[in-house]
Unconditional design. Structure first.
Lengths: 159, 207
């Protein structure tokens, strides 16, 4: 009898947490490698369309971003629901695009200034009018290389 | 006194907390980016006084998108699904008679005299309305780029036994070594020369 009684007073050993840091570090490194720093917070709804014939934008330092979309819920009261352009952290009108591109271009080093790409991140529900205005502005400042940023997928899902 | 044999151990208990802190910091400040898309070149800004070059009507493939997302291709209503096929037939036509300087010896199209003479001459003109939805426009762009890519793939397969899209992706990849790049550059240029992308975008119509 005493044989069984003896086992009872021995407590369940605690699970060792010694490998926890390793696991967390592994997760950390995973996230560090697959993600990039966010540079500006989005103030517009930005659901990109799908396309299949896409090319990757390889070098991040050669890209200037322009966001277009309907203002987020909290800005709806002030800016309405029509698609707007977001440059850096503020809403802008199409006429400001040219100045923005020139400003961003001046910030880059000399050898990169001729190889810059403008990435247009446009919400799929935006209309082409605003895009045409942006394109005209880009042509005026000679920023001719554009990339219509999209998700990878079947283009017919857009319709 | 026996314990003095080794240095006292540093407690690693808080290591997990520190690592968690870092992890949460990275989770909050980063995004998984979707940086891929359709590359396009805009036409340079030119003074409107210049005379436009004269282009034969048969070498222009007009695509019109209206505000409801319907397509008018060469004055005919066309479903977007059929656009790629139509564009390919136009580009690959090679209508110039054999012997003429514009004759296209690699084209496999219908050789229709009333369609494009040579892929070098063929221009796709895309026009859209101000009210056209952006997603429709992207789908059309995607199909037109796809038409070019399909034809280039065919030629790359024939000449180099390789897919053009893969070749170009490898060429643009910064991890590719310089010798491989040099070799690919020539091939990519050659294929691009066979089917140059001539996609003109007119200014949008207001109504």
């Amino acid at each position: 009898m005493s044989k069984f009684a003896k086992k009872k007073d021995g407590e369940i050993p605690a699970v060792s947490t010694a490998s926890l840091p390793d696991i967390v570090f592994m997760l950390l490194f995973f996230f560090m490698t697959v993600t990039v720093m966010k540079d500006s917070s989005l103030k517009v709804v930005n659901i990109l369309p799908n396309a299949s014939e896409i090319k990757k934008l390889e070098k991040k330092d050669r890209v200037i971003y322009i966001y277009v979309g309907k203002p987020n819920k909290e800005y709806e009261k002030v800016f309405g629901t029509e698609p707007k352009i977001q440059l850096n952290d503020k809403f802008s009108s199409p006429s400001e695009v040219g100045d923005y591109i020139l400003m961003e271009r001046a910030k880059k080093s000399q050898e990169l200034q001729n190889v810059l790409t403008t990435a247009l991140k446009v919400d799929k529900n935006a209309s082409m009018g605003i895009i045409s205005d942006i394109k005209q502005e880009l042509r005026k400042v000679n920023a001719l290389k554009v990339n219509y940023t999209t998700y990878e997928g079947d283009a017919f899902r857009n319709l | 006194m026996a314990r003095r044999a080794g240095a006292p151990e540093v407690s690693a208990g808080s290591m997990a907390d520190i690592a968690f802190l870092l992890l949460i910091f990275f989770l909050v400040t980063t995004t998984i980016e979707t940086d891929a898309g359709l590359d396009r070149m805009l036409p340079p800004w030119e003074p409107p006084t210049e005379d436009p070059p004269i282009i034969k009507q048969k070498n222009i493939f007009t695509v019109n998108i209206n505000r409801n997302g319907q397509l008018l291709v060469e004055e005919e209503l066309v479903e977007i699904k059929n656009l790629r096929e139509k564009a390919m037939a136009f580009l690959d036509n090679g209508g110039a008679p054999s012997g003429s300087p514009e004759y296209c010896n690699y084209c496999q199209g219908a050789k229709d005299g009333s369609s494009s003479d040579n892929p070098n001459k063929a221009i796709i003109s895309l026009k859209n309305d101000r009210e056209t939805q952006y997603s429709t426009y992207i789908t059309v762009q995607n199909e037109l780029v796809g038409a070019y890519n399909d034809l280039r793939n065919r030629e790359a397969m024939r000449l180099f036994k390789k897919n053009f899209v893969d070749m170009e992706a490898e060429y643009l990849n910064p991890e590719t070594s310089d010798e491989v790049k040099e070799e690919l550059k020539e091939k990519v240029r050659r294929i691009q020369g066979l089917f140059p992308q001539k996609l003109s975008e007119a200014e949008t119509s207001a109504n």
